[in-house]
Design a protein around this ligand. Structure first.
Ligand code: SAH
Length: 214
C-alpha cells in the first residue's frame, strides 16, 4: 500500500488532463489529486492507474475512467453532509471521491466478490462509507431514503422508478447513464412529488447494470 512521489506526480498530471477535458469543480479535482487510484487496481495495472482510462478490476467489472467519475460527481453537486446513494460500488474509487467531498455515502454492489474486497479495502485507506451493501441497486435503499443525490455507475437500460422515488422532493439529484450499448448521461432533478426535470449530457460507455445479486 505504497503511495510514492512518483504516484503523486502522475496524479497531478491526471488532474490536469481531467481539468483540460472540462471539469471545473475544485473540490472534485482536489479529490482526484488526493486519492491513490493505483491502490484500487490489480497490481498488473499499476502503471496505468494515472491514465484517464477505465480498467478491469476483476469479476468482469471496471474502475470507471477518472474523467467520467469527475463528470458524474460534478453533476451531483455534493455539499458536505449530503446523504448520497451510489449504485455499483465496484473498486470503491467513486465512493472514495464522495467521501472526500464530505458526503455520507451508502453504496450498493451486486457482486459478492467485489463487495467483500472493497468493504475490507476502503477503511484501510481511511474511507468510511456510512454503509456498504451487498444487494441489487435497481431497488435502491428505501429504508435510508430520501437521499440528496443518487449516482449510478453502471449503464442502466431504463431508469429504475425506485431510485427516482428515493430522491428528496426539493431538489434531489439522480445522475444515471441510460442506454444499452451506449449510454446517455442523464440528470434528473426532483422538483416535487411527481415532478422531475431531465437534462442530458452526451454519450458514455459503462458496464451494464444487471438485475439481482450474484
Ligand atoms: N463506482 C465503481 C464503478 C464500477 S463498474 C468504481 O469506481 O470502481 C459498475 C459496478 O456496478 C460493478 O462493480 C458492477 O458489479 C456493479 N453493478 C452492476 N449492476 C448492479 C446492480 N444492479 N446493483 C448494484 N451494483 C451493480
Amino acid at each position: 500500500m505504497k503511495d510514492t512521489f512518483k504516484h503523486q506526480g502522475l496524479r497531478q498530471q491526471l488532474v490536469k488532463v481531467v481539468a483540460a477535458k472540462g471539469i471545473t469543480n475544485e473540490k472534485v479535482l482536489k479529490a482526484i489529486g488526493k486519492i491513490p487510484r493505483h491502490l484500487f487496481m490489480d497490481s498488473g495495472f499499476l502503471d496505468h492507474a494515472y491514465q484517464d482510462k477505465a480498467f478491469p478490476i476483476g469479476a468482469d467489472q471496471t474502475i470507471s475512467q477518472p474523467y467520467t467519475v469527475a463528470f458524474q460527481t460534478e453533476l451531483l453537486q455534493v455539499t458536505s453532509g449530503d446523504k448520497v446513494l451510489e449504485i455499483g460500488t465496484g473498486s470503491g474509487y467513486q465512493t472514495a471521491v464522495l467521501c472526500e467531498l464530505g458526503a455520507k455515502v451508502y453504496s450498493i454492489e451486486r457482486q459478492q466478490e467485489l463487495f467483500k474486497k472493497t468493504s475490507k479495502f476502503l477503511p484501510k485507506l481511511g474511507y468510511r462509507a456510512k454503509k456498504l451493501i451487498f444487494g441489487d441497486g435497481y431497488i435502491g435503499l428505501p429504508e435510508e431514503a430520501p437521499f440528496d443525490s443518487i449516482i449510478v455507475t453502471a449503464g442502466a437500460p431504463f431508469v429504475p422508478k425506485p431510485l427516482l422515488s428515493q430522491l428528496k422532493e426539493d431538489g434531489g439529484r439522480l445522475v444515471i447513464p441510460v442506454g444499452d450499448e451506449v449510454q446517455v448521461m442523464t440528470l434528473f432533478i426532483r422538483k416535487g412529488k411527481k415532478e422531475f426535470e431531465q437534462h442530458e449530457f452526451g454519450e458514455f460507455r459503462f458496464v451494464p447494470l444487471l438485475e439481482d445479486k450474484n
